[in-house]
Design a binder for this molecule. Structure first.
Ligand code: GTR
Length: 333
């Protein structure tokens, strides 16, 4: 955020007073201020950081640095739920978010979080690049967030401090989930004890025994070093919820059509880069944790897990609009 207010929307007197006090504050930045602050939960070398850095570089190049963007990696600007609030307030200008933290705010994001919905990554991409993405974009816009492109996040699986081979093994185990009602119900349906926690608290919570496990994709399990404390990774692959690269509506409103087109194109290019980096990192992360002695429990038969998910579908895909979207996604090739 700039420290040099230009053309402020408040009265001259107030502006002078604010300047005299050195106040930058949380007020909307002036239209000509183009120093954008970006939020990333992951480290810069994670595929999403690579994608975001490509986005900011391309935007800078194509606007001759009129729009300058800086990504604060590794959750420097706060944890996920706070970052979403900050983006709605316009104090964070762009970000990459997983869609699950929007579950309670934007109903269609529940659909792409639903367990065992996607057959594979290709199916997920066709949904999010098509009907699911359109519906979610509209929902996010209603809460002040403009979706520009979709990032991959692979399949999420359960990892624990004791081996889990069947749903029965999970009974009563405290499993960290993201702050989302769907995720809480999903873990309850597996008879686990869901524990919502910020991503940044999972490592210490595993270490201290506050939780017995969590669930995530290979790259997150590896990059956070959760594998050092939760030594069993069971390939449940229960959700393929994708991610969004988004900008705050407050910024978006002040862009002209040409600038919007530049941002959209740059975001799509960044998604291509992120997806390629993602595919590599999934493989590398798996190799790294296996080399570090993690026990991978291959879940061959996912049917007993999927059957238990019926109450989740009954609750989160019952609404006519959401049910129709589920059907549309299932019908995709
Ligand atoms: C990761 C995702 C993050 C965050 C995290 C979590 O896979 O990329 O945005 O959602 O999972 O579980 O909190």
């Amino acid at each position: 955020m700039t420290t040099k207010p230009q053309r402020p929307r408040r009265s001259l007197l107030a502006a002078v007073a604010a300047a005299a006090l050195g106040v930058v504050g949380l007020a909307a930045a002036p239209a000509s201020a183009q120093e954008w602050r970006g939020w990333n939960i992951h480290a810069a070398d994670y595929p999403n950081g690579i994608g975001m850095d490509a986005f900011t570089r391309i935007v800078g190049e194509r606007t001759s640095n009129r729009i300058r963007m800086r990504t604060f990696h590794s959750a420097q600007l706060g944890q996920q739920d706070e970052a979403i609030q900050q983006m709605r307030l316009g104090t964070i200008d762009f970000a990459n978010f997983n869609l699950s933290p929007f579950n309670n705010l934007a109903p269609t994001t529940n659909v792409v979080t639903l367990p065992f919905l996607f057959r594979d990554v290709g199916h997920m991409q066709r949904a999010i690049d098509g009907p699911a993405g359109e519906a979610i974009s509209a929902d996010l816009e209603r809460i002040g967030i403009i979706a520009l492109a979709w990032y991959d996040a692979g399949a999420r699986s359960i990892y624990t401090t004791r081996p889990v081979r069947t749903p029965a093994d999970l009974r009563g185990m405290k499993i960290r989930v993201q702050t989302s009602d769907l995720w809480i119900d999903l873990m309850r349906a597996l008879n686990a004890n869901p524990t919502p926690l910020p991503f940044g608290e999972v490592f210490t919570s595993l270490q201290s025994g506050v939780i017995d496990g969590a669930e995530n994709n290979w790259p997150s399990y590896e990059s956070t070093r959760h594998f050092e404390v939760a030594r069993y990774y069971s390939t449940t692959e229960h959700s393929n919820v994708p991610e969004v690269l988004a900008v705050s509506q407050q910024r978006w409103r002040r862009l002209n059509e040409q600038e919007r087109a530049i941002l959209r194109d740059a975001a799509r290019e960044s998604a291509r880069i992120q997806r390629a980096a993602w595919a590599d990192r999934e493989r590398v992360s798996r190799e790294r944790v296996v080399a570090a002695g993690v026990t991978v429990i291959e879940i061959q038969d996912r049917a007993p897990w999927a059957t238990l998910m019926e109450p989740v579908y009954a609750k989160y895909a019952a609404d006519a609009r959401l049910a129709a979207l589920v059907q549309q996604i299932r019908a995709l090739p």
